[in-house]
Design a protein around this ligand. Sequence first.
Ligand code: CMC
Length: 431
Amino acid sequence: MSKDAFTLTSPDGKSTTLPVRKGTLGPDVVDIGQLYKEQGVFTYDPGFVATGSCKSDITFIDGDEGVLLYRGYPVEQLAAHSSFIEVAYLLLYGQLPTKAQLDAFDTSIRTHTMLNEGMLRFFNGFRYDAHPMAMLSAVVGSMSAYYHDTLDINDPGTHDIFTHRILAKLPTIAAAAHKLTSGQPFVYPRNDLNYTQNLLHMFFAVPAEPYQINEIAAQALDLLFILHADHEQNCSTSTVRMAGSSGANPYSAIAAGIAALWGPAHGGANEAVLRMLEEIGDTKNIPKFVARAKDKSDSFRLMGFGHRVYKNFDPRAKIIREMCHKVLAQMGRRTDTPMFDLALALEEVALKDDYFIEKNLYPNVDFYSGIIYKALGIPTSMFTVMFAIGRTVGWVAHWREMITDPNLRISRPRQLYTGPKNRDYVQLNKR
Ligand code: CMC
């Protein structure tokens, strides 16, 4: 074995040389593309624990060190100095924008916020108690029925229009879902407001009285969107890539990503954390729930704990925990403080527990985000929608990277078949 290649020898002595590919950061990868052709075997890796599915220039994670870089910039620096719109530009176009580029991008996003009126009528068809993630994936999927001019994926000229549209309209769709659920009239976007101010306006303004934007709330949302913006080949992003690899239109690919995000092992965890904290209710109940999380015969897990890649503190969780202090202090929502105190106490117990230490289970991005959303007055069922608004730019950046890759091939994994061997059909009267 050299550093540039692996040699794999089968039990009957046939050797195959597998090239090693090197990235700019992170472990090398063994390219197994020729393995089946040469050895007649597939690899088997359920859950893609040790498999890289693509090359990407967008985001880097070092899970052992707790490092997250967007286009090379540490997420901590972006969280401290940047804005969501600037980070969106960075993820999409690869560089931090100049002032003129940022202004032009921001203006374009602000002027694509309205929905086709026909799409708004969709919301009348949903039951009042529909989960907002169901509405979000359905309405985003239906954008392909309204914006035909961006369906030709082979025309790169359409990629920017699609990108700006979907980023701009996600908050409008989310707000429409929220207004339906709360029985209030839909509020149209205001293009004089920035991304998060406009989102708060559409969520909380009512026709009966003027609405004052809370700047701390807008800043907290902006920070959460930066932290959620991308996370390399996670489940929903891989879903977007997989759906998009068939040549499906980009709205459908993003709708598939939204559906994948909804699950409690992924973005749905933020909603599950709040429900879990409500169920725990009091610090005196923490040991009981920690014991349940460790019990293999109980399906309960500590939601907001653990990560496939991070075997150290999730850097995003640290930043969000700090923001929780600020939001709770400045929003004056004293009623949410006990929930935060409970979360801090649960974290303390889990981090000292042998089970969690041995398995490297730390709080992840979803552990504290719901406490902020709750303090801002966002209902629990909307938490994963908030995640989706932030992550859309990551999905789009990956879709764009994939679709312009000259080596793009349809994603088509193989399998280890364990079903019945060949057998003959038996007539109904003979079974
Ligand atoms: N509580 C209790 N035990 C856990 C937990 C947890 N939250 N997470 C993992 N474990 C145990 C698990 O039982 C397993 O034990 P063993 O080796 O004895 O079988 C071991 O740790 C490894 O877990 P795994 O399920 O094999 O790890 P994974 O990489 O497949 O799953 C995960 C990662 C995030 C799905 C999982 O940690 C989990 O279910 N966490 C709770 C849900 C959650 O917070 N999800 C949000 C993830 S971050 C944001 C995002 O991706 O959207």
